[in-house]
Design a protein around this ligand. Sequence first.
Ligand SMILES: [Zn+2]
Ligand SMILES: [Zn+2]
Length: 301
Amino acid sequence: MNLTILGCYAATPRTFTNPTSQVLEIKNRLFLIDCGEGTQVQLRKNKVKFSKINHIFISHLHGDHFFGLVGLVSTFTLLNRTADLHIYGPKGIKEIITLQLKLSNSWTGYNLYFHELTSTESEIIFEDEKVIVKTIPLKHRVYTNGFLFQEKTGDRKLDMNAVLNYNIETCYYQKIKNGNDIEMQDGSIIPNEKLTLDPLPPKSYAFCSDTIYDESILPIIENADILYHESTFLETEAHLSEKTMHTTAKQAATIALKANVKQLIMGHYSTRYASIELFKQEAETIFPNVLLSDDGKTFEF
Ligand SMILES: [Zn+2]
Ligand SMILES: [Zn+2]
């Protein structure tokens, strides 16, 4: 799993900071999460292949999370895209995007599918043979969801030592990978567990931005490998955090601790602070495994 942060600062785009957008590569699928203004430029700078993006997840309809979307949708047309594009986001996103396409008379040359979300309960919104995506209902000034990306348990792996020990011919390898036992020439059966290794444990990534401190998300994100949680403010601005329905660094760390996640990544920083290191320092008083996101930074899990 590979996470590229395209933007992780709150509110307005500035010279060196970009609003929220990130790319998650999971099991060879490329998911774009949020699409703040400037996302296209950040995709270019970080050398992300536009054509590999087939699914876009939008948390909420504040500008710093989706003002780049209509631009990207239009650029796909200019790049002669033919593949379907799926957009998951709050109800209303279809109206906003299609109105702009309609009035500029620039309909896409590819199929655009909107999956509008209204539920306040966690639900599965994407599933294929390797990956499953669920919503994480959040509490913010407008209807908002985070997203939980989970790998499915993979196939068992061929144990080369065992296979060579038993002198099994290569033509049987696929059969073994598919979970079958092998019958030897003397009629004896070698059970599949003796020829294979357990698959790697499936990983998960939880994205939560923007939200107030809300413990009702704990059962959904429990034991996640990585939690990206917004931390717009420090505790010194807790009053602002509450008023604008955001989270402080300390609160984000408390969620990470209570959900028993392995790693916390912080982001959605207010630009009022001299250094983002301050967020890490405050969070580490609560939870030890803290990483700071920053624009252009990549995390490998
Ligand atoms: Zn925001
Ligand atoms: Zn917001």
